[in-house]
Design a protein around this ligand. Structure first.
Ligand SMILES: N=C(N)NCCCC(=O)O
Ligand SMILES: [Mn+2]
Ligand SMILES: [Mn+2]
Length: 320
């Protein structure tokens, strides 16, 4: 069956060009310099100078794009047809300053102000988790306070790291302090591991967050949990921040701060798919560290999860 030519950008097909050839863009989509005219944009932020253990996430955007060559246009599980529905392109990377974290945060913030000025919903390839703070600052200027679906082994609410306010373990405390998040519309899913103090997760709960530890997720479908999360988040704008280390290191070993006994890939899919119908204003997939991803499978999982975020954006139709 051949459809009439679409008015929307299409990924380069696997039978048009071998998957190991063609442009090195996300899903081998067309690229353009800005988000003008786009409903959604894939954006890379090649920054890892906020990491506290293994480095390498600066190479995440490039590797996620490379592994995304396996992705086909239609979501056979959810029936989503993003490239029949909305205009999407890869607008490249944010030109961060790899020698200065504060300047990089400022650069990212300005870049996303411009992206959001077009009404575009950004889907970001990280980079370490520091990058979510400047993105949320831009989101606040566009949408006001947003809700958050945060998947992670870590709460990332540290007061500081080595006395520094900005690092990959502090973004959500800064975001609450700066009035970027509506705490009653935040869920943190997958938290686990050892802590700096026994009350490490309590600050999140004090802000109104629904804290879902990994232990609460073990051995069960997360579809029922997502019904609870949807009710908590409601109709307002909501951002998705997916730290790949929320998944178990068996499935996502290529990451900088691995913690054992994490989520499965199907549970990661259930979380994103369970957000369908919410007012998703953007999302990110962070902390893929290719030097520790010898098979490339961590980046492959990351590419698929970003595609699933695309599939739940407002305006994306589902084939009957
Ligand atoms: N991977 C992210 N985003 N955060 C890790 C924080 C590690 C720590 O607080 O010790
Ligand atoms: Mn983490
Ligand atoms: Mn994180």
């Amino acid at each position: 069956m051949t459809d009439s030519p679409s008015r929307f950008n299409q990924p380069l097909g696997g039978n048009e060009m071998p998957r190991f050839g063609g442009p090195a863009t996300m899903m081998r989509l067309p690229t353009q310099p800005t988000a003008q005219g786009l409903d959604a944009a894939f954006i890379g932020v090649p920054l890892d100078i906020g990491t506290s253990n293994r480095p390498g996430a600066r190479l995440g955007p490039r590797q996620i794009r490379d592994e995304s060559r396996m992705l086909r246009p239609y979501n056979m599980a959810t029936r989503a047809a993003p490239f029949d529905s909305i205009q999407v392109a890869d607008i490249g990377d944010v030109p961060i300053n790899t020698f200065n974290l504060q300047k990089s945060v400022d650069i990212i913030e300005a870049f996303y102000d411009e992206v959001l000025s077009h009404g575009t919903r950004p889907l970001t390839l990280g980079g370490d988790h520091t990058i979510v703070l400047p993105i949320l600052r831009a989101m606040k200027r566009k949408y006001g306070k947003v809700g958050l679906i945060h998947v992670d082994a870590h709460a990332d609410i540290n007061e500081h790291m080595f006395g520094e306010a900005i690092a990959h373990g502090t973004p959500f405390r800064r975001a609450v302090e700066e009035g970027l998040l509506d705490g009653e519309r935040v869920a943190q899913i997958g938290l686990r591991g050892t802590g700096y103090a026994a009350d490490d997760f309590d600050w999140s709960r004090e802000q109104g967050f629904r804290v879902v530890t990994a232990e609460e997720c073990w051995h069960k479908s997360l579809t029922p949990l997502m019904e609870e999360v949807r009710a908590k988040i409601g109709d307002g704008p909501v951002y998705i921040s997916f730290d790949i280390d929320g998944l178990d290191p068996a499935y996502a070993p290529g990451t900088g701060t691995a913690e054992i006994a994490g989520l499965t890939v199907p549970q990661g899919l259930e979380i994103i798919r369970g957000a369908w119908g919410l007012d998703i204003v953007g999302g990110d997939l962070v902390e893929v560290a290719p030097p520790y991803d010898t098979s490339g499978n961590t980046a492959l999982v990351g590419a698929n999860l970003l595609y699933e975020m695309l599939c739940i954006l407002p305006g994306v139709q589902r084939r009957s």
